[in-house]
Ligand binder design. Structure first.
Ligand code: ZN
Length: 687
């Protein structure tokens, strides 16, 4: 599913959240510079830089009842969302010509908003699909039906989404071994809860969640008119528990070398017996595809064996429940309320559901995002803004080039390849060069269930149609209206959508120190992914090839192990620590990003003195701007979910990245004995 589930908005590279934000605090920026009123001067910067930079904001900010949390990204999201909503409303009211792209937007949005039509249809849109599941008579038909559920709903490296509730997920991307052509990647799936740990953990918190989840399954089945709902719910949870046992952990999923497993069609039956694979691929429309990259082979072996060993009735119940849950948002209100009561309230701690109009915007953004994005970019991103952002990127790239030259541990051949990666890096600013074509997606005015169904299917078919075709390295993976940024390692490319290139991240009227500290560190973060644990495995053409010598790698692994250990010490809750390994790639990017941004800033001064503002030196402004990127308030359940499932560290620890930067110590006079103080030898320097 694209964008109609709760978790979708979050699964992006830079975002600090695993849950949708969008707060009401719209006044993102009233001044050109850092937010002085957010600083808590009662806190020593060296003791808690996050509290120092954001303390007053934290004290006066309340999380709105329909949010899991609030932060800078969410406030910009609100702005972007408001603008997008206005664009969609304009389009929806304009009675666009039949067959036009605008007509699709209008029909999709209006059909989502027509709650009385949804109520009066009741279960009828769901019924034929439930009947199809009920009619499955044997495991061969089951395999076919499971194949039909395959969607392009996972993305291992760009938007880092490893989760699909379907048995497996498809990701179409440049191949690990042939980066010039689009290749199918298959990934484990089958769980509704966010990760295997939710099924396997012995903690009281998780045991309690599972009880509530089982009650949710039962409630959904009852709403759908299925009998014997308690027995069915128990079977479904048992099956998901068995699937979870076969799954790779999130930390392991991020190990790319363990993921490069090419399986031909014949390999599936030989290496993962149980599921009728020929029938599965027929159902998925992939019979003609010769080979796939299987991300987690042991999970495919395990899940396939479960298809054989688990009774048909359990699989049919599981399919029915997954279908109902996926479409709850476009069924009568009782369904979407029940789904929210569990996934929103219990799992993320959000007391109240977003207004339907906002959810409607997410649906349109998810299924027709580029149509809206085209208009958004024209209206909200000027050529001047684009040009200025491009020059900042050029300064950051120059800073990285110098840092690479200055490394004493990297051998010359490796440095040459690193610089080749910088030279071929495509940096997309604002909006893509080409737009998605939605010609194969039929949108009907009064059929929201079908519109979502066909939208997900059209998206899948568009991806399948690209298999084997030449790769477009300039293709984007985010819409312009997305408040985020992303590194696309297989394309050696970055995307900075228009919606993130605005205050407080970027303000042409703010001092350069502030822009470099805020958006500069974000740009640096993304560029550095080109070289980190992930980037060191892809060369300048996006091929999976480790371009480092063993000595380079040894130094890198030693430094990064040091950083992982630093983050392992952080404990947001007494019973839960940050996982230094799970968050390593993102933490490295944070250290590198702020280092290069500081260099880029110094270079931009071209020898001129750095101006003070608000009684703060330029370097103080630079670091505070960085710290204020991470001002964030989350509900406990949501923060726990983030710590367990997100490759990014919680915001407060991202702000603490500064303790690895020498210039930060000088800027604030940080001394031994202060909490964040690290002796010079303990500061992690990677790039
Ligand atoms: Zn990142």
């Amino acid at each position: 599913m694209k964008q109609i589930s709760q978790r979708l908005l979050a699964l992006v590279c830079l975002a600090l959240c695993t849950f949708p934000f969008f707060a009401q605090d719209a006044a993102v920026q009233a001044v050109h510079g850092i937010q002085v009123s957010n600083i808590d001067r009662s806190v020593k910067p060296g003791d808690n830089f996050y509290e120092y930079a954001n303390g007053e904001w934290l004290k006066r900010t309340e999380i709105p009842p329909d949010r899991a949390g609030v932060n800078v990204f969410s406030r910009l999201d609100d702005l972007s969302n408001k603008r997008t909503a206005e664009l969609i409303a304009e389009i929806a009211k304009s009675n666009p010509a039949p067959g036009s792209e605008s007509r699709k937007v209008a029909d999709l949005y209006n059909s989502y908003m027509d709650e009385s039509a949804i109520e009066s249809k009741g279960l009828s849109p769901l019924k034929p699909h439930l009947d199809d599941i009920a009619a499955i008579r044997d495991k061969q038909q089951l395999a076919h039906a499971l194949g039909e559920t395959l969607r392009a709903d996972v993305d291992a490296l760009n938007n880092t989404n490893f989760h699909t509730p379907n048995l497996f997920g498809l990701w179409v991307a440049p191949g690990f071994n042939d980066s010039d052509h689009y290749t199918p990647f298959l990934m484990q799936g089958g769980l509704q809860l966010p990760d295997r740990e939710y099924y396997l953990s012995d903690s009281e918190h998780m045991k309690n969640l599972r009880l509530q989840y089982q009650a949710h399954i039962e409630a959904m089945l009852k709403l759908a008119g299925l009998d014997d709902s308690d027995a069915r719910a128990a079977r479904i949870l048992d099956l998901e528990h068995a699937i979870a046992e076969k799954h790779r952990s999130l930390a392991e999923n991020e190990d790319i070398h363990k993921a490069n497993n090419t399986w031909t069609q014949a390999d599936f039956s030989a290496r993962a017996p149980g599921l009728d694979w020929a029938e599965y691929f027929r159902g998925a429309g992939l019979s003609g595809v010769k080979a796939f990259i299987v991300w987690q082979p042991e999970a495919f072996t395990g899940e396939s064996a479960l298809v054989e060993s688990t009774p048909l009735v359990a699989w049919k119940d599981w399919m029915a429940f997954h279908l109902i849950d996926a479409y709850a948002g476009v069924l009568p209100k009782s369904f979407s309320d029940e789904r929210f009561a569990f996934f929103g309230k219990v799992l993320s701690g959000v007391p109240q559901q977003r207004p339907r109009a906002q959810r409607g915007v997410f649906v349109v953004d998810g299924l027709l995002g580029d149509i809206v994005g085209k208009v958004y970019a024209q209206r909200y991103f000027s050529p001047e803004a684009k040009q200025q952002a491009q020059s900042m990127v050029a300064n950051l790239i120059a800073a990285f080039r110098k840092r690479i030259d200055a490394l004493d541990w990297m051998n010359p051949a490796t440095k040459a390849e690193a610089k080749a990666k910088l030279s071929t890096l495509y940096v997309g600013i604002g909006y893509p060069e080409t737009w998605h074509d939605y010609a194969n997606y039929e949108v009907k005015p009064d059929d929201i269930f079908g519109n979502i169904w066909r939208g997900n299917l059209a998206d899948y078919q568009r991806e399948v149609a690209r298999l084997g075709k030449p790769v477009d390295r300039k293709e984007w993976s985010m819409t312009p209206q997305t408040v985020n940024a992303v590194n696309l390692p297989l394309q050696n490319a970055l995307n900075f959508p228009a919606a993130i290139l605005q205050p407080p991240f970027y303000d042409p009227q703010a001092p350069a120190a502030v822009n470099y500290g805020a958006i500069g560190s974000v740009i640096g973060h993304e560029i550095s992914h080109t070289f980190d644990t992930e980037g060191s495995t892809f060369d300048s053409k996006g091929r999976l090839r480790n371009w480092w010598t063993p000595e380079d790698l040894k130094h890198f692994e030693a430094s990064t192990a040091h950083l992982a250990a630093q983050y392992d010490t952080y404990k947001p809750f007494p019973d839960l620590s940050v996982n230094g390994k799970q968050t390593l790639a993102e933490n490295i990017a944070d250290v590198a990003g702020i280092s290069a941004a500081h260099d880029g800033y110094k270079a931009s001064l071209a020898g001129k003195p750095a101006p003070e503002q608000d009684d703060l030196t330029a370097d103080q402004q630079f670091f505070i701007a960085f710290g204020q990127n991470w001002g964030s308030k989350e509900r406990e359940a949501a923060l726990r979910q983030q710590v367990m499932t997100d490759p990014h560290s919680p915001a407060q620890y991202r702000a603490a990245t500064v303790r690895n930067i020498d210039a930060w110590y000088a800027a604030f006079g940080v001394k031994p004995g202060e909490t964040l103080y690290l002796a010079p030898d303990d500061r992690v320097r990677i790039w």
